[in-house]
Design a protein around this ligand. Structure first.
Ligand code: UT7
Length: 324
């Protein structure tokens, strides 16, 4: 028997305020047409004043717990992927723990920017398969609107706020790829690419939280290549290939990156979950948001093989293969 971390609940939360591309035309030299054709984004959600990352994450966690039919104290651990914490510390995970009324277990944050959810899911899986936790809430939650330079048209039109969550539970499998649960993961980073995507402030340097800076075009080229290789690596580790994939659940940064990666992987777009048009790039929240929407739309079903892949600041990138 092999212990697997199986998804038993999923949920998401998006802030109320929806901002269409046209809103940026009033303050920036940009157009709805440019944003749509270059990125695939049509609208995004922005958190209200005073609405923090832990608030979004707590809503998503509550939805995922409800979906799993569990109460907060059924959970042993919370792993949160975020680069936009409420405060420098404590962790967003402990803030969510308090907000949802969970009085036991432990929580911590993982920071790998847009690849954060892949890293968090890999860590959560390790907690489950090593027997340290039976049930884990894995959350991606972000308020990227807080780190936008609103005068930089090349970045501020691309990002959005939101949160998504999964509940993982230890279940016994046969040790084959027919098992439900996380089957493999592939993690990578290369700090030499730091300047492609970073925030120009921080606690131990400027003492400020800073604004996001991105070299979009070079990053675009890195993204398609690295996302294809990491997705392939995650599948190959367990003897699977692109033909076995029911759904690609990609990081939602740009529809052209999503299409380019799917094409290289040989998976038709009908088998790719796409939410970038409605959410923009929500960094670590984008994959669990896409999973939750994919389930709500009746696309992702129990037993389907998913490969989730993401890349972001670091550069850090990776993929997880899992059977839903
Ligand atoms: O989540 C982490 C991973 N993130 C990514 O992987 C993002 C990767 N990059 C991208 O998605 C794309 O590179 C962008 C959407 C950011 C940009 O698309 P692009 O096709 O690479 O355009 P570009 O950066 O080469 O810019 C083309 C032109 C430039 O003008 P010139 O120099 O050709 O005159 C830009 O100044 O588009 C201009 N531009 C804009 N024009 C209107 C840049 N932003 C805008 C804008 N509206 N908002």
């Amino acid at each position: 028997m092999t212990t697997r971390a199986v998804v038993i609940g999923v949920g998401h939360y998006l802030p109320e305020r929806v901002v269409p591309n046209s809103e940026f035309e009033q303050s920036l030299d940009t157009t709805d047409e440019w944003i749509r054709t270059r990125s695939g984004i049509e609208r995004r959600h922005f958190a209200a004043e005073g609405e923090t990352t832990s608030m979004l994450g707590a809503q998503a966690a509550t939805a995922a717990l409800k979906n799993a039919g569990l109460v907060p104290d059924d959970i042993d651990a919370i792993v949160v992927a975020t680069s936009t914490p409420d405060l420098t510390f404590p962790s967003v995970a402990t803030m969510i723990q308090e907000k949802i009324g969970m009085t036991r277990g432990f929580g911590f944050d993982v920071q790998a920017v847009c690849a954060g959810f892949i890293y968090a899911l890999t860590n959560a899986n390790a907690l489950v398969v090593s027997g340290q936790a039976k049930r884990v809430l894995v959350i991606g939650a972000e308020t990227f609107s807080r780190i936008m330079d609103w005068t930089d048209r090349a970045t501020c039109v691309l990002f959005g706020d939101g949160a998504g969550a999964l509940v993982l539970e230890a279940q016994e499998g046969d040790g084959t790829t027919q098992d439900r649960g996380v089957l493999s993961s592939d993690l990578n980073s290369d700090g030499r690419y730091r300047d492609m995507l970073y925030v120009d402030g921080g606690v131990s340097s400027t003492g400020t939280s800073g604004k996001l800076r991105m070299q979009g075009n070079p990053l675009f080229r890195q993204a398609v290549e690295k996302l294809t290789s990491t997705a392939t690596a995650a599948l190959t580790k367990v003897g699977l290939d692109d033909n076995s994939v029911d759904w690609i659940v990609p990081h939602q940064a740009n529809i052209r990156i999503i299409q380019g990666t799917a094409k290289k992987l040989g998976v038709p777009m009908e088998r790719v979950i796409v939410t970038v048009q409605d959410h923009g790039n929500t960094s670590a929240a984008s994959i669990p948001l896409a999973m939750s929407v994919g389930v709500a739309q009746g696309k992702i079903k129990k037993g389907d093989l998913l490969v989730a892949e993401a890349i972001g600041g670091g550069l850090a990138w990776g993929a997880v293969a899992l059977r839903w």
